[in-house]
Design a protein around this ligand. Sequence first.
Ligand code: FAD
Length: 502
Amino acid sequence: MAIDRIVIVGGGTAGWMAAAALSRLKKGRELSITLVESEAIGTVGVGEATIPPFVDFNQLLEIDERELLAAVQGSFKLGIQFVNWGAVGDSYIHPFGNYGYEIGSMSFHHVWHFMKSQGDNRPIQVFNAETMAAFFGKFARTQDMKREDLPPINYAYHLDAGAYAKFLRGYAEQRGVVRQEGRIEDVALDGESGDVASITLESGEVLEGDLFIDCSGFRGLLIEQALETGYEDWTHWLPCNRAVALPCNRDDGSPPPPFTRATAHKAGWQWQVPLQHRNGNGHVYCDAFMDADEATDILVGNLAGKPTADPNHLRFVTGRRRKFWNRNVVALGLSAGFMEPLESTSIHLINTGITKLIAVLSLDGVTEAQRETFNRLTEKEYRRIRDFLILHYNSTTRDDSEFWNYCRTMSVPDSLTERVALFRETGQIFREEDELFTETSWAAVMMGQGIAMNGHNAMAETLDKGAIKAEMDEIEKSIRFLVQHMPGHGEYLRRYCPAKPL
Ligand code: FAD
């Protein structure tokens, strides 16, 4: 059956990202796209930190960066600072971008480790531009520097989630997407095929569709409640199941730092996402080890200023839907699964879900091959991100609470055990195909958590030491020059994309 009518259920970040991207398919075609959302139900209202592919997503939609950032109180993000994770008092940055660059066809950390064994004591962080700029609170984009010999700057955004959905709504409506307000009361399945045939709103209005995109959030209105797809629960590996979110002012008037901060506490961790006008904050925790009052007290006690709203309490189960595309329903966003906001991967998975959907979708009809490809690729993505997240919890030396004792001693997937062992022994990190996290990501987090790299690629020792040292000097020098010539992040935002006062 041809796809002439797409119905998107839900108007959170997932729904409006899908609507904006799919609206581009309408060009030159008779394709109707309707998005249904309920103001009474509302959205999850969190999700403000992103990673670099999100910049590309907005560029693909030909959205002007300055206009976008001004509309969403946006700021720039160069990575994530992890505090108290490996041990209380520790701090490290997981940066976007790479440590140095390949030398002799080897990743930089091998060469760095070899030179360290020869007495070069420079920390690996000085060879990463994003880490150094974050450390000094500086920011500029690669093109601002107007020099080709300096390292590129990889960045993402912090943004107000509600404002972003509103911005994309304008974009999608301008391109013909129809928004329908109302609570969905019923979902009807086709008696023969078992596909979703229509949804009924509380007003009694019936909306039929050929393809449904389920962006209804944790409840999974179509993918789970109607189609009973099933959920793979990963709580035993990612035990946090609650969060309390609370935005606040920056009372000291300091500029927003160009990075997200993730501070580990007794039974979870706290995020700080600095926007232009406020900080987004939240405490993610496990209710088997801490109750909501204590979690809220810890959060309130660790804010940079006065709260600007009431605490928003959320519950979730980490894991993924058994099928992301089932029959004629594609789940995107929280209805597809949720793994933890620790590495800001949820909005990214919406982005890649949409990209894959557009790539495999044929408007002539849905086939089994399309569904299977989409499900196989998405499952792989979830699994790889899952392992990376578990690494943060499991590779800790913390023994100051029952929560950390559990995380430190829990069994983890074999794929992760193997990766950590290989890194410890040889410094090797083998990425699979188009895996999201780079070698620098894995190296930064493993070393940051205190996993020592005890060896390096033997080929590093065959390189000329004098030549390597000269290259390392050059990398360090150009990063120092770059960071010295960058403006402060606050100043950059004021000049480039000042948000309108609220
Ligand atoms: P929602 O925002 O819940 O939207 C669901 C939509 O469905 C709403 O419009 C609702 O009205 C509609 N709906 C539901 N039922 C009905 C019905 N019966 N009738 C009509 N409409 C209905 N992601 C990141 O990338 N970075 C982060 O920093 C980050 N932090 C997070 C922190 C926490 C604590 C949590 C829980 C998530 C975080 N996420 C983060 C994830 C991110 O918030 C979500 O991926 C994103 O907001 C997408 O949500 P959604 O659109 O799937 O669902």
